[in-house]
Design a protein around this ligand. Sequence first.
Ligand SMILES: NC(=O)c1ccc[n+]([C@@H]2O[C@H](COP(=O)([O-])OP(=O)(O)OC[C@H]3O[C@@H](n4cnc5c(N)ncnc54)[C@H](OP(=O)(O)O)[C@@H]3O)[C@@H](O)[C@H]2O)c1
Length: 345
Amino acid sequence: MHLKLGFIGFGNVAREFVRILEERREQLGRNHSLTWQTTAIATGRHGCVLSGRGLDLSAAVALVESDRSLAELPAARSVATPFEVVERCDANVVFETIPLDPLTGQPAIDYIRSALARRIPVITANKGPIALAHRELRDLARRFQVPFRFEGAVMDGTPVFNLVERCLPAARVLGFEGVLNSTSNLIIELMERGETFDAALAEAQRRGIAETNADFDIDGWDALTKARALANVLMNGDDRIAGIERDGIRELTRADLKAAVDKGATYRLVARAIEVEGSISLRVGPEQVPFGSVLACASGTSNVLVLKTDLMGEIAIFEKDPGIRQTAYALLSDLLLLSSSEFKL
Ligand SMILES: NC(=O)c1ccc[n+]([C@@H]2O[C@H](COP(=O)([O-])OP(=O)(O)OC[C@H]3O[C@@H](n4cnc5c(N)ncnc54)[C@H](OP(=O)(O)O)[C@@H]3O)[C@@H](O)[C@H]2O)c1
């Protein structure tokens, strides 16, 4: 299958995905019959370009990484806004990877809406739209019979949504608890080892795992947005989320962390969802968890999610030290799912 790719957002995740595509070109062709060209790239500050003939993706990566405009690409036609890219791109799959806005999910929701309404399949790693507009976008995708995938929105490329959808038929997810924000977790671990909060945050940013606006990690917004996305998709939560509590790790001190360690515990930023009488409550906040517990096992940048189900009891999904490559892999795994015969592109 030959695909025309469009990128809305061309940051850390999208560029790492491009590197995987280039590295695996031969394998993807041989094992998955997949070939591609890129017809559109939209960014915030590095230009918005279209091309019927195909854009050179490696050159696009090099330009953005040297802070130059994509308008310099051979065969590129510049347009004024990302919306114009979505409206005019000749793509048969769009990757949406713009920064998270945990309050509105915008403008990502509008980009996705516009692409789906034009019958263009969408793959996103952005949790905002899944947390804040899941039902609308899912229904739009169904109405236009177009795939909409978002495995990278929570726990990067670790199968969470696909696991439940594909491997737990007829089981109900009743609730969950998880450590879902790598940046907070890394900061806690580095502070336990004696780093200052600022130095620990700088390390998370250096590794490319922090949100574009790192306050969203530190103040619990990222974890809450992931919890909402999980509750919407896995617990049919869209209209049933009745209570939300959010706290982050900003106030944690090295003394707090040491006091916990002295008691045989460590802090984690924990996200919880419980269902009570048909309503779902979400809570995100720092908690002391005993060493050796499932939640404590998620150290460093690792994540863990415990799903509570009716037919399968509790299932823990652990992701060890994900980096940008694992999020980029989510785009690839969704792309391969889309290009499989069950979806008609
Ligand atoms: N990084 C991770 O480990 C990770 C993990 C899981 C999920 N995610 C999610 O993946 C998404 C992308 O993350 P990232 O690390 O790649 O972010 P990033 O490096 O900050 O890149 C964001 C990209 O979006 C572009 N952009 C910004 N505002 C835009 C707008 N209004 N319209 C169109 N493009 C816009 C930026 O362009 P300019 O640079 O030109 O401004 C840049 O190309 C986020 O939603 C994040 O939550 C990230």
